[in-house]
Design a protein around this ligand. Structure first.
Ligand SMILES: [Zn+2]
Length: 433
């Protein structure tokens, strides 16, 4: 690939502050950004290819550190849908919508994710159009005697049940052999129906993960459990607290650059939201009419009481996010993609929208979807548009500062300076429908 100058663009760099007007981005032969700045200040090397972005807006591609690959098909999430082919299809969908890094959290099956990730990292990519895959492998959960455990319902058979600290440590050591990118565990009694690990058990998980050099990430639901895992040294919480929302003590525990809090808001909104988003052309490009109709029917079947309850619990999330922002918490976009009807690629964009609608400033929400997750995943060459970074570009027809829904008005996606053939990808999902 010859050096390329992308010009005539407005660039949102992803650092939470900077927008460069009438900008150019110089990309070298290796797909790295060599210079970025106002067009008039750039020295374009002779022989460089020029790509006119026609006044569009460019932001970094999205990095989502929380989802579940392989289980969703149409509008159904089930282990019966899981296959390597379905995992690959999900990755292609993510790429299509400009998600360049994705981390499933704890629900790998048959080592499909670990194997794909290891292949990706072992050499030049066989398919440069796939997102970079991270994975937490399989996670840990408390057993519930006589019942199915409290892991995610589509993966209760692949998560590991641990009841005592010694068992938790041994399981973490066994998982560590596959070098997962994080150790995930669930602390959620599923509204009083399941056991959750005792504090000494999750403390053992976290301690053993750290001793072996891994991040520890917890699913929590209740405020007290969030405080418990944070006091025990957890690196991140995969959801916002919902019962009740954050208090001053939680905000204090979450402050600083050593911990992070994931949003996972959109998944709650989808449960009751006005179904208008299902009619968007960008959604119809990858989600079949039948699947969209099914989601619409589910929303329509909710009783007024269900909707009122969902709205009330969603308001707790919105208020919680505002408290995080005011408290300077390191907030990461987390779309829980692939669970419920969190459609691949679409859920990420709706998550950014959820964050902004809750009151997060647009440039900060974009940073939570780009620079901050890159930092947490240890990717120094990703997450922002700056010299030395990979030219992973999401080119938008309109400025998301005017309306955050514009992140879905995708004109083009570039991974390492190479355009994704989105028209060809689209054929996979629109054939015969
Ligand atoms: Zn999840």
């Amino acid at each position: 690939m010859p050096p390329t100058c992308f010009h005539h663009a407005r660039v949102i760099t992803g650092d939470g502050r900077t927008v460069v007007q009438d900008a150019g981005i110089l990309v070298d032969a290796d797909g790295l950004i060599s210079a970025i700045g106002p067009r008039t200040a750039l020295r374009v090397p002779a022989g460089a290819r020029r790509v006119d972005l026609g006044g569009r807006t460019v932001m970094p591609t999205i990095i989502n550190p929380h989802g579940h690959l392989g289980y969703l098909r149409d509008a159904t999430v089930s282990k019966d849908n899981h296959s390597r082919a379905n995992v690959l299809d999900h990755l292609h969908r993510l790429a299509y919508y400009g998600v360049s890094v994705f981390q499933p959290l704890g629900t790998d099956r048959d080592d499909v994710e670990i194997t794909l990730r290891d292949t990706q990292r072992s050499g030049p990519p066989a398919d440069p159009g796939l997102p970079s895959l991270f994975t937490a492998g399989t996670g840990l959960v408390a057993p519930t005697p006589g019942e199915i455990n409290g892991g995610p319902y589509f993966a209760t058979d692949v998560v590991h049940e641990v009841a005592v600290p010694a068992g938790a440590r041994a399981t973490v050591r066994a998982l560590a052999r596959k070098r997962p990118d994080a150790i995930k565990f669930w602390v959620d009694d599923r509204r009083g129906t399941r056991n959750k690990p005792a504090p000494e058990v999750y403390a053992a998980i976290i301690e053993e993960a750290h001793r072996l050099g891994f991040l520890a990430v917890a699913r929590i639901f209740e405020l007290d459990d969030a405080k418990g895992v944070l006091r025990a040294g957890v690196d991140g919480i995969a959801h916002m607290v919902r019962s009740p929302g954050p208090d001053a003590e939680l905000i204090e525990l979450l402050q600083g650059d050593t911990v992070f809090a994931c949003t996972s808001m959109g998944i709650q909104r989808t449960a009751y939201d006005d179904s208008g988003w299902l009619d968007e052309p960008a959604v119809a490009e990858t989600v079949s009419a039948a699947a969209r109709a099914e989601v619409r029917a589910r929303i329509a079947a909710l009783s007024p009481a269900d909707v009122a309850a969902a709205e009330a619990s969603y308001a707790v999330l919105e208020e919680g996010l505002r408290a995080y922002v005011a408290g300077g918490v390191r907030v990461l976009l987390s779309a829980d993609t692939g669970a419920r009807t969190q459609f691949f690629g679409i859920a990420e964009h709706r998550e950014v929208e959820s964050m902004v609608r809750a009151g997060m400033p647009v440039l900060q929400a974009i940073r939570s979807a780009t620079e901050l997750p890159a930092e947490v995943l240890g990717l120094p060459d990703r997450g922002t548009l700056a010299p030395g970074k990979r030219a992973d570009l999401l080119v938008l027809d309109a400025d998301p500062r005017d309306d955050i829904a514009h992140t879905r008005a995708i004109s083009a996606v570039y991974f390492a300076g190479r355009a994704l053939d989105r028209a060809r990808l689209r054929e996979r999902w629109t054939d015969g429908t």
